[in-house]
Design a protein around this ligand. Structure first.
Ligand code: ADP
Ligand code: MG
Length: 611
């Protein structure tokens, strides 16, 4: 007797459901995606008890005629693709024709649907995959799907569900994703008979994000706009400015052709794009949209369509890294506007300043003195703690006012020197520089600020002359696996520029005889392995530079002005100027913020002057 049998249709659907329908949130995902594909302008989702007892999605999309309504419950029935050419370039969210039969096979399911202009609609009731009722229905045009008692016939699956609260949160997150991906559609979410959110159709992503997360977040987002590159990819959306980060990935969203995607390629690209603008272990805030020729992405990778395969992953990665990098650096002037007096553009102002910095009252802030990456903190004699301190006198009438003058000038726009875009008020707790600008109060972390200044200075030198290196007492040789060896051989020149004296020494063997000066006492072979691991994952040519940056960022911290190193007024002032002249002034090389602005408006709110 033969042992192989075809599975009954319902069982086959339940097997498929195992992949597509994991939990209430995945049901919501499939149903909402269907509504979007059906051209809905409004989608309302309701759940009860975390979606375990009920999920209902109502849309005003194109609806189905009675034949389609029946057919859509068959496995592999879809209106979205017809041929394998269609499969190669998918333009809709769905295409597998699996979701509805899968969901209907593991729940008590009810579909009502009606095409606009049709006299009557159709209602179908299915239980555990078996059709129980088909009749005319009288709902409004569009489609309404109700899923009750999810997994009632698959107790093993039901056991894997989490608490109602967790499931409900997952559903909500799923709706956030869809709502972010489709701002032009109105979304509503009702949880246990209470409205959780109601989003009107928005005219832009910015508006949708504001409705979802509030205007405080929107104020910290930068607009990304880029098109072209090797893989002809268009990138748009909003990303958090440097220094803005989260402990989880929940606000790190990337949509590829309208679909929220989780992809190691994209995650790595975000990380590389942010690079020093992101704290270790933190995640950026991104609402990014990649538009790419559908033929250049394969969506048919994961049954729940959460992943994609790119035809040219390196090209996508490069485009994304570049778009983020440019946006963050562009965001710098945006930020500086906040720090400037309204009268004058800050960048121009800063260009006039170096005379003061390099003039006769050259202060002894550490980094100016170091020529060979020799970093020192200010000498003890040079420190004293303001305030209350009389600043060193200076001949230059244009120079910074004394602490006391500063205080006297507070709030007096006319008396304040026209050339000042900020005024230093004092230093709190030997760490936070307090400043006033047109917007209100600015707090600067002097340690983080100094790290950023040193970091950019060192990086500039690395780009110009390469990193000075120091000979090892004993050259070291070591072996590498063939693929690593091949990589090193191709990159010897870049490595040498980074101060690593490495050369081939026979098959798969290399010799190192020098390392960057500022790396103290490391084991050359271990260091080299770190370098290879760090770099091999990167694809583009800027990577050698990036790794060099990593090395610098690691060492800079040790050399920067420490939290409670008291600085003199001029030192503080110069530090602030140097900081504002940096490419990414608002975070240290480890991604921590260097400055925090507290606006006059916020202060007024706190003091109850304004509601
Ligand atoms: P897929 O979305 O992959 O095509 P589904 O099982 O999710 O497969 O849906 C099957 C078909 O049912 C869709 O191709 C579509 O034609 C139809 N359909 C599903 N949901 C809706 C809806 N909300 N409005 C109109 N048609 C729908
Ligand atoms: Mg679908």
């Amino acid at each position: 007797m033969s042992r192989i049998q075809l599975l009954p249709e319902i069982l086959a659907s339940q097997v498929a459901a195992g992949e597509v329908v994991e939990r209430p949130a995945s049901v919501v995902k499939e149903l909402v995606e269907n509504s979007i594909d059906a051209g809905a302008r409004t989608i309302q989702t309701s759940i009860r008890r975390g979606g375990i007892s009920l999920i209902r999605v109502v849309d005003d999309g194109c609806g189905m005629d009675p034949d389609d309504a029946l057919l859509c419950l068959e496995r592999h029935a879809t209106s979205k693709i017809r041929s394998s050419e269609d499969l190669a370039a998918i333009g809709t969210l769905g295409f597998r024709g699996e979701a509805l039969p899968s969901i209907a096979s593991v729940s008590r399911f009810r579909l009502t649907t009606r095409e606009a202009g049709a006299v009557a609609g159709t209602e179908i009731v299915v239980s555990g995959g078996r059709i129980e009722t088909v009749r005319d229905g009288g709902e409004a045009p569009g489609t309404q799907i109700e899923v009750r008692s999810l997994f009632y016939n698959l107790p093993a699956r039901r056991k894997f569900l989490r608490s109602e609260n967790t499931e409900s949160r997952n559903v909500e997150h799923q709706l956030y994703l869809q709502a972010t991906g489709h701002p032009q559609i109105a979304f509503a979410f009702v949880r246990d008979e209470k409205i959780a959110f109601q989003l009107p159709a928005a005219s832009s992503l910015r508006e949708r994000i504001r409705d979802l997360h509030g205007s405080d977040l929107v104020a910290q987002l930068l607009e990304v706009q880029s098109a072209g590159g090797r893989s002809r990819i268009e990138i748009s959306g909003l990303i958090g400015r440097a220094g803005l980060s989260r402990q989880t990935r929940t606000q790190q969203l990337v949509f590829v052709n309208g679909r929220a995607i989780e992809s190691p390629v994209l995650t790595a690209a975000l990380r590389e794009g942010y690079h020093t603008a992101l704290m270790k272990g933190q995640f950026p805030v991104t609402f990014l949209f990649l538009t790419i020729d559908p033929a250049a992405v394969d969506v048919n990778v994961h049954p729940a369509k959460r992943e994609v395969r790119f035809r040219d992953p390196a090209g996508v990665r490069e485009a994304l890294v570049e778009a983020i990098r440019r946006t963050l650096e562009g965001g710098r002037s945006d930020w500086q506007q906040q720090f400037s007096a309204p009268a004058e553009p800050p960048v121009e102002r800063l260009n006039q300043l170096p005379e003061i910095a390099r003039g006769p009252q050259q202060t002894n802030l550490p980094h100016r003195e170091f020529d060979q990456f020799e970093l020192r903190t200010p000498t003890v004699e040079s420190r004293f703690a303001p305030p209350p301190v009389v600043p060193p006198s200076h001949e230059d009438a244009e120079g910074p006012p004394a602490w006391s003058e500063n205080l006297a000038n507070n709030g007096d726009a006319i008396a304040a020197p026209a050339s000042q875009e900020f005024q230093i008020i004092g230093v709190l707790n030997k760490l936070y520089v307090l400043m006033e600008n047109a917007n209100g109060l600015v707090l600067v972390d002097q340690h983080a600020a100094h790290e950023r200044v040193l970091f950019e200075e060192l990086r500039r030198r690395m780009e110009e002359k390469g990193v000075p290196s120091q000979r090892l007492l004993l050259p070291q040789t070591f072996d590498l696996p063939p693929r690593d060896a091949e990589w090193v051989e191709r990159n010897v020149a870049a490595l040498q520029k980074m101060g690593i004296g490495i050369e081939p020494f026979g098959a798969n063997t290399f010799k190192i005889d020098s390392l960057p000066t500022f790396l103290h006492a490391v084991d050359a072979a271990t260091f080299m392995r770190e370098v290879i691991d760090g770099l091999r994952n990167m694809s583009n040519s800027s990577s050698a530079l990036r790794l060099g940056e990593d090395m610098i960022a690691k060492t800079v911290c040790r050399h920067a002005v420490k939290a409670n190193d008291p600085l003199r007024y001029l030192e503080v002032e110069k530090l602030i100027r140097d900081l504002l002249a940096c490419e990414l002034p608002y975070c240290c090389p480890h991604g921590r913020p260097t400055m925090i602005q507290i606006s006059l408006g916020e202060l007024e709110k706190k003091f109850g002057r304004k509601v």
